[in-house]
Write a new protein. Structure first.
Length: 582
């Protein structure tokens, strides 16, 4: 093997790793909805968690990436440690898919059918289709599909280049001696672990081993311990990712390491005993690419079969390694590790916006209660809730801005814009709740009381605002289009009620039934309540527009008012309910 063969090997390895990386990221983006549905299946059920980990890793082709996501989930409270253990085990099986794909390059046969199965026969066609889709399509899904095909093509070309570069090592005495040395199981495990830790991908290191297998010098006896070590080496990514996380996230990373170390120790012991007592002939047989894929799958399935029933013991071991302390864990609301998987990052943001909405609505309803019976405790509660909505807006908006710097799909971009708009409206509802409390405080401090007629009018407006807030929340939380379409006619009624109540107030003022000072408070209350209904209209409109994949809210609402029979009927119903005197 000359220096030029060495350079060719390095070039092939670079193409191989690059192809694997871009294919995995494109698969991740393209399978966004499927990943989101898989996330919804995360339960304490062992099999469900196992299948989730297997499915996600099969899609993104990296157990390291899945485990890093799991660390992020645990760190941000999206997943418990017990759920994480099952997903991690499934990820170890899912990562074996790559080895089976790479084993296609080792297909032999002279028939046309066998030739067509070889990747180098169909990879150029895939590359051509991929580049056309990537360069000439404006659809993000087609772009990602093109990137998947290009990534696969680059990966297989890299594999082919590596295979060709190392083929000259078949008769090299130094190389033969090296793999004779690797027949020492302990050394094989160490080499596999170190190589995988350096490139941070067990799939890639298995691919390298498969490329070396074409020399005929890699026996199964040498390959199997290396494969075991590769599973330990891949844990380095999750361990590094756990730095700076809370204790549960550190435990999740250690579970990944413990699972692979314990599995390796057990099966390596079995391997050594079998080798010493009655070594099968296959151990001295030259490993094939397909054989390495089989060994890789068998080892990972064996580890999972062994340790899945004992997952609770792995959890206890994690608590021993990272014990509880008196200082509670800091809550990480949004983990930046999830930014690498936008669909999960958006899911987490959506959950937090739901929490923010609950705080805003709770603040508003408490503020409305203060108008009837003011208390300092209630006022303090409203201000605390409003502070929380401000905090959520700062945290989530900053996170979504960071997410926008990553490559996201059109649908994810629409969802991000929707959340940013909704947050602004929920935050303003919290502000109006505080404004209502300030008006209640002023009335309580100065002993102001509205007239009986004004009190009845205000109670009716408060009922309408309570109803429109409930409709807006239902529309957002359940993505309920019926509730969303009901908001706008009610918002028009609230506007009309406000104007009517202002007119009535002026008449009372002229007749001496109301003071000018109390009139200022009345005006502030009407303004704040009407603006709450405006924000509810924005929220409902945003839900409608997101469903239509068009974020021009005002255009859609205008069209609905002009064309919708439902709008007219609902408007008439609310007119009867709130505007006409009983």
């Amino acid at each position: 093997m000359t220096i030029f063969d060495g350079l060719t090997l390095i070039g092939g390895l670079c193409l191989f790793l690059f192809g694997m990386d871009i294919m995995g990221k494109a698969l991740e983006r393209r399978a966004g909805n499927q990943l989101q549905s898989l996330l919804g299946k995360l339960t304490t059920n062992k099999i469900a968690g196992l299948l989730t980990g297997l499915g996600v890793t099969s899609v993104i082709q990296s157990s390291s990436a899945t485990t890093v996501m799991v660390v992020g989930f645990v760190n941000s409270g999206m997943m418990t440690l017990r759920q994480a253990i099952n997903v991690i085990m499934g990820a170890n099986i899912g990562t074996t898919v790559t080895a089976w794909i790479l084993s296609l390059s080792g297909i032999e046969g002279d028939s046309v059918f066998m030739q067509l199965l070889k990747p180098m026969s169909f990879t150029p066609v895939l590359a051509l289709i991929g580049i056309v889709m990537y360069m000439f399509s404006k659809n993000s899904k087609k772009n990602d599909t093109g990137m998947i095909l290009l990534g696969f093509a680059v990966l297989m070309f890299g594999m082919d280049i590596m295979t060709g570069a190392v083929s000259g090592l078949a008769d090299h005495e130094g190389f033969q001696s090296l793999f004779i040395l690797f027949k020492n199981p302990i050394l094989g495990v160490v080499v596999g672990a170190v190589l995988t830790a350096i490139i941070q991908s067990s799939s890639a290191s298995v691919g390298i081993l498969q490329a070396l297998a074409v020399t005929g010098q890699v026996s199964f006896g040498a390959a199997i311990p290396i494969i075991m070590g590769q599973n330990i080496g891949t844990c380095i990514t999750a361990i590094l990712s756990s730095f700076g996380t809370n204790k549960n996230a550190k435990r999740a990373a250690l579970v990944h390491l413990s699972f692979n170390v314990i599995g390796t120790i057990v099966w390596l012991t079995v391997f050594c005993i079998v080798k010493a007592v009655a070594p099968p002939l296959i151990l001295d047989t030259a490993a094939t690419q397909a054989g390495i894929a089989v060994a890789h799958s068998a080892f990972n399935i064996g580890c999972t079969t062994l340790l899945l029933p004992m997952s609770s013991l792995l959890e206890k071991l994690a608590y021993i390694l990272v014990p509880e302390t008196e200082t509670p864990d800091e809550i990480v609301e949004l983990d930046e590790r999830l930014l690498e998987t936008p669909v999960f990052a958006l899911e987490r943001c959506h959950s937090l916006v739901l929490e923010m909405a609950d705080y805003a609505v709770c603040a508003l309803k408490s503020g409305l209660d203060c108008l009837n019976s003011y208390s300092e405790e209630q006022a303090k509660k409203v201000r605390e809730l409003e502070d929380k909505t401000d905090h959520y807006e700062d945290v989530i908006s900053s996170y979504l801005v960071k997410l926008s710097t990553h490559q996201i799909t059109d649908k994810e971009s629409t969802e991000s814009a929707k959340l940013l708009k909704l947050m602004g409206d929920f935050e303003r509802i919290g502000d109006h709740a505080v404004n209502l409390v300030e008006s209640a405080e002023e009335m309580a401090a100065k002993g102001y009381r509205f007239s009986d007629v004004a009190t009845v009018e205000l109670a009716k407006l408060v009922d309408a605002v309570n109803e429109i807030v409930d409709l807006a929340m239902k529309a957002f939380v359940n993505n309920d289009m019926m509730a969303a379409n009901t908001v706008e006619p009610l918002e028009e009624i609230v506007d009309s009620m406000k104007e009517q109540m202002r007119t009535n107030h002026i008449l009372r003022l002229q007749q001496g039934e109301c003071s000018i000072e109390l009139g200022f408070v009345w005006s502030d209350l009407l303004t704040n309540l009407e603006r709450v209904s405006d924000h509810c209209s924005n929220i409902a409109g945003c839900v409608i527009e997101a469903d239509l994949q068009d974020m021009d809210i005002h255009r859609s609402l205008k069209a609905m008012k002009l064309d919708s029979k439902y709008y007219r009927e609902t408007y008439q119903m609310y007119t009867e309910k709130y505007l006409k005197k009983n």
